[in-house]
Design a binder for this molecule. Sequence first.
Ligand SMILES: NC(=O)c1ccc[n+]([C@@H]2O[C@H](COP(=O)([O-])OP(=O)(O)OC[C@H]3O[C@@H](n4cnc5c(N)ncnc54)[C@H](O)[C@@H]3O)[C@@H](O)[C@H]2O)c1
Ligand SMILES: O=C(O)CC[C@@H](O)C(=O)O
Length: 528
Amino acid sequence: MSKYTIVVCDHIHDAGLNILQNTEDINYVYAADIDKVKLLDIIKNADVAITRSSTDVDEKFLNAATNLKAIIRAGVGYDNVDIDGCSKRGIIAMNVPTANTIAAVELTMAHMLSCLRKFPYAHNQLKEERVWKREDWYGNELYGKKLGVIGFGNIGHRVALRAKAFEMDVITYDPYISSTKATDLGIKYTTNFEDILACDIITIHTPKNKETIDMISFDEIKKMKDGVVLINCARGGLYNEEALVENLKSGKIAMAGIDVFKKEPATSHPLLDLPNVTVTAHLGANTKESQREISIQSANNAIESARGISYPNALNLPIDESKIPAFVKPYIELTQKMAFLLAQISKSQIRAVEVSAEGDLSEYVDSLQTFASVGVLSVSTGLSVNYVNANFIANEKGIDLSTKTITNNSGYKNRVTIKITTANGVKSISGTVFEDNIQRVVKLDDFVLDIEPKGKMIIMKNKDIPGVVGQVGSILAKNNINISDFRLSRGKNDHALAVILIDEKANSKVIEDLDNLEASIAVAYAEI
Ligand SMILES: NC(=O)c1ccc[n+]([C@@H]2O[C@H](COP(=O)([O-])OP(=O)(O)OC[C@H]3O[C@@H](n4cnc5c(N)ncnc54)[C@H](O)[C@@H]3O)[C@@H](O)[C@H]2O)c1
Ligand SMILES: O=C(O)CC[C@@H](O)C(=O)O
């Protein structure tokens, strides 16, 4: 039995490792304790990799992982995964988005409480120094304080709810949600970031990206209350670390609770030297409950994706399959096949691909376009192209991709047309799907047809003069090629198009012989 190789690059809970170990068609490699340079050697055999925040899925990693089809980020944040790099290589990237939510929420609350009561310092004084000095530890209460929550997703909204249980006055800033998501939970909502800066305590729960890096920096801190408390259990760098250090030193920021650092591991970070910071070593996800669940989900998702069955929580699929209605699915298949056919008979470097759709199908023209790219590129790029990387590869090759929706004028309920532009001109193909998934090519250039896009075929454009069918038949017979179907279509200017379905492959000599016939205008062989 051939086996899929799944490489586990970081520590995950035994529950998931056991699943991998006990799955017959999985060859599982545990590489969590291996030096990251050596990992590059191991990763080359991986069909699927499981990583956490300790492994950067960067250019080096991806260049080494030549066999990789999918990567599972065993957690939420995928800022250390080069998603575009994965897409270019046709690798599907997935995360495990909710299994550690509660763990991160509770650590955030712990940091908040810890900051207000200076818990680690009080603890250390008694435990390490054996000093009983209660007057040193007058803290503050969460009760009645104004909490600003930046990012109201899985973690942010649960932090807000727990803060309400502490009778805090909670307000959130998240421009990507509808205000009612917050207000329905009794949380104030603002689109004015200044409202957040006016809070007593601020906690951030956004992803790390171009927009959120340094979201709180010197200017923002200047506008905050003296003695503000800042919490970051999301990602290092969302709060500018230099601004944090300077303002913690001056006391403008009274306390900061920090679980995450811009560069990890952070064992000699200036924040660690300050007396008004509570720190943890990126432990937001580190509960046994969460790690067990993440590990199980990661293992199952890795197995499913290795087998090509499903890609749960995929981050870089251009199409959300769950949103594609059943009637569109055969059109996706038809589009890919027709694009593949058209690219084969275009016989020249492709400059542009335009996909147009009519009828209800027009709503899904972008998805069809992705599959047209797959079809077109499969001719020149081979098997390495799939719907994750097709548009990237097309862009890299300088192919102009576009879509059009057209008002229904062909008489078909739904129809898809692909137009390819090459140095030799423009070629187009149209198709429709009849009931019971009967896929048909209904037009090729100006010729009306009715052919199933399947099998080996010769496509011949010729002058519409007597004797052509016989001449074609005798050339094919001479070469032992059996004709299974012969379709003729008459076009303008006394031209005709013959689509000849054949049982055996026609080699270039046969095509040349056909092309040498007096009536011939153009001949091409294609196979679907
Ligand atoms: N410390 C840890 O171990 C740990 C554990 C889990 C998650 N995390 C991190 O916590 C963060 C939140 O995770 P989540 O599961 O809640 O993610 P999520 O995707 O459910 O929520 C993120 C929210 O941020 C909002 N957002 C995006 N850009 C924003 C912006 N510019 N301003 C305001 N809001 C914005 C989004 O609309 C979304 O509602 C992520 O960075 C994740 O990586 C850390
Ligand atoms: O354990 C980890 O890899 C950290 C996970 C956490 O930061 C996340 O984003 O899910």
